[in-house]
Design a protein around this ligand. Sequence first.
Ligand code: COA
Length: 189
Amino acid sequence: METRFSAGRMTLRLPEVMETEKGKVIIREMKLSDAEMLLDHIRSHAEEGDKLLIELDEVPRSASQEREFLRIYQSKGRKMLVAVMDGMVVGSADVRMGTMHKTAHTASFGIAVRKGYRGLGIGRAMMEYMMEWAVEHGSKKLWLSVFSTNTNAISFYESLGFREECRKKGQYLVKGEYVDEIVMSMWVE
Ligand SMILES: CC(C)(COP(=O)(O)OP(=O)(O)OC[C@H]1O[C@@H](n2cnc3c(N)ncnc32)[C@H](O)[C@@H]1OP(=O)(O)O)[C@@H](O)C(=O)NCCC(=O)NCCS
């Protein structure tokens, strides 16, 4: 079933201090000087393994490499947010609008909240902000992809209104097993 996103419900005003049951988390735009903290964050979810794309030996080796990568978020149609707590990045989310004329109406998303900081509302707050931002910048179709084995993330995206659009069969090979990539999407009203 197709769903539609109604714009105009942005809740965050960045930088935002959000109260959670574990304390205050600051949600703000990523800065290049976050590279070191972001590397630690990426390593933490790369270590978790099978339901996310990146593996530990694919994590950039140095903060300067990561900083170079992060520069793409300074370009038009892209944005990355970080959630910071306890002097650590505990969440990151990014949006990439289509860069060609024929894809400019689309925006795709990525998100990861650190183990131990999940279920606090951080993911929802960041995604809702990013979805609203994409709509304000002209996106008509919001989409993302997720491993078919990542049932928690699928429920999370469904709670935001995304629905499965299609599957790329066996798009990932994880420890000798083929895993489908699920494309989830929603249209903007
Ligand atoms: C998926 C993820 C981003 C959710 O972030 P989060 O901060 O834990 O989510 P929230 O606390 O904001 O939860 C929002 C909603 O998502 C759903 N949800 C979140 N975690 C869930 C889980 N483990 N199982 C089922 N539903 C879940 C709930 O409906 C929740 O609803 P609520 O707001 O009424 O409580 C986070 O668990 C994560 O980073 N996981 C590992 C990385 C990952 O899988 N990233 C996505 C790759 S495609």
